[in-house]
Design a protein around this ligand. Structure first.
Ligand SMILES: Nc1ncnc2c1ncn2[C@@H]1O[C@H](COP(=O)(O)OP(=O)(O)OP(=O)(O)O)[C@@H](O)[C@H]1O
Ligand SMILES: [Mg+2]
Length: 249
C-alpha cells in the first residue's frame, strides 16, 4: 500500500549492524534497514532471528559493536532510550509494556513524563485512534484484556508525539478479530504521519499492510521488498510464509 504521505527522506537507517548481548556472540550480524518518512515497515522472520533485538538496537537497549544506525542522517549509536524519546522515537516492547497496577490514565501520563503540559492535546489524539480507552481512563491496566493492553501500550508510546514508532509484535496473543483490529490501528497511526517499524509474527497480515518489508534471518536482512512482492516471492513463501503466503488476501 503506498501512501501520499510517504516521501524520500530517510528517517531511520541501519547499516551493517553487528550487535549482541553476550561477549563474542552477535545476534545481529550485518543487519540493514531503511525507513523513509511516513513509511510503514514490516519485519518478519523465524523465532530467534533477532527481530526484537533489531528494535532494541535502534532504541539504544544493547551495544552496537559495528555498523551504524542513523536518525534523520545523524548517528544514534550509543544514545540511551531517554535521549531517543526526546528525538522523537517511541518503542512498544513485545511484553510487559503497560504498568498493570496503574490506571489507563496514569499509564498515559507516564508516557508523557518529558512534556506533561501537552497532556490534553495528546490525549485527544490517542483517544481519536483508540476511542474505547477514553471512556475507561480510571480502569486499572492490569484488569484489561490483551488487546486492550496493547492499545494502552501503543497509546502511551504516542503520548510524546513520536515521529518514529517501533512496535514489537502488536498482534501477539490476540484473537483473529483483535489481530485485525490491531493492524487497522497501526495503519491509522502510520497514516497520521508516524514512520512505523513493526515486527510481526503474523507475517502475511503484516506484509499486506506494510509499504515495505524485511525478512530477517539469523541476524541479517535476507530479503527486502514491497509487502506485495515479498508475499508473492516463492523463496519467501517457501522459507518463511509456508502456505500462508498463498492464501487469498
Ligand atoms: N537479554 C538477552 N540476553 C542474551 N541473549 C538474548 C537476550 N535476548 C535475546 N537473546 C537471544 O537473541 C536471539 C534473538 O532473540 P530475539 O528476541 O531478538 O528474536 P526474535 O526474532 O524477536 O524472536 P521471537 O520471534 O521469538 O520474538 C535469541 O537467540 C535469544 O536467545
Ligand atoms: Mg521477538
Amino acid at each position: 500500500m503506498t501512501d501520499a504521505s510517504v516521501d524520500d527522506r530517510v528517517v531511520v537507517e541501519m547499516k551493517d549492524v553487528h550487535a549482541g548481548y553476550l561477549p563474542g556472540v552477535n545476534i545481529l550480524s550485518g543487519a540493514n534497514l531503511v525507513a523513509r518518512q511516513g513509511e510503514l515497515i514490516g519485519i518478519i522472520g523465524p523465532n530467534g532471528a533477532g527481530k526484537s533485538t533489531l528494535l532494541k538496537a535502534i532504541f539504544g537497549l544493547l551495544n552496537v559493536r559495528s555498523g551504524d544506525i542513523t536518525l534523520n542522517g545523524e548517528s544514534i549509536v550509543g544514545l540511551k532510550a531517554d535521549k531517543l524519546v526526546k528525538r522523537g522515537v517511541a518503542f512498544v516492547p513485545q511484553t510487559n509494556n503497560v504498568f498493570p497496577s496503574l490506571s489507563i490514565e496514569e499509564n498515559l501520563q507516564m508516557g508523557l513524563y518529558q512534556n506533561p503540559k501537552a497532556y490534553a492535546e495528546r490525549l485527544e489524539f490517542v483517544t481519536g485512534i483508540f476511542s474505547e480507552l477514553g471512556k475507561r481512563l480510571k480502569q486499572r491496566a492490569g484488569s484489561l484484556s490483551g488487546g486492550e493492553r496493547q492499545m494502552v501500550a501503543m497509546s502511551r508510546a504516542l503520548m510524546m508525539e513520536p515521529s518514529v514508532l517501533l512496535l514489537d509484535e502488536p498482534s501477539a496473543g490476540l484473537s483473529p478479530v483483535r489481530q485485525d483490529d490491531a493492524f487497522i490501528r497501526v495503519s491509522d497511526i502510520n497514516k497520521a504521519g508516524v514512520t512505523t517499524i513493526m515486527v510481526e509474527q503474523n507475517a502475511r497480515r503484516c506484509l499486506q499492510i506494510c509499504d515495505r518489508g524485511y525478512v530477517l534471518d539469523q541476524g541479517r536482512d535476507a530479503y527486502e521488498g514491497t509487502g506485495r512482492d515479498l508475499l508473492n516471492d516463492p523463496k519467501v513463501i517457501g522459507l518463511y510464509l509456508g502456505t500462508l503466503g498463498t492464501d487469498a488476501a
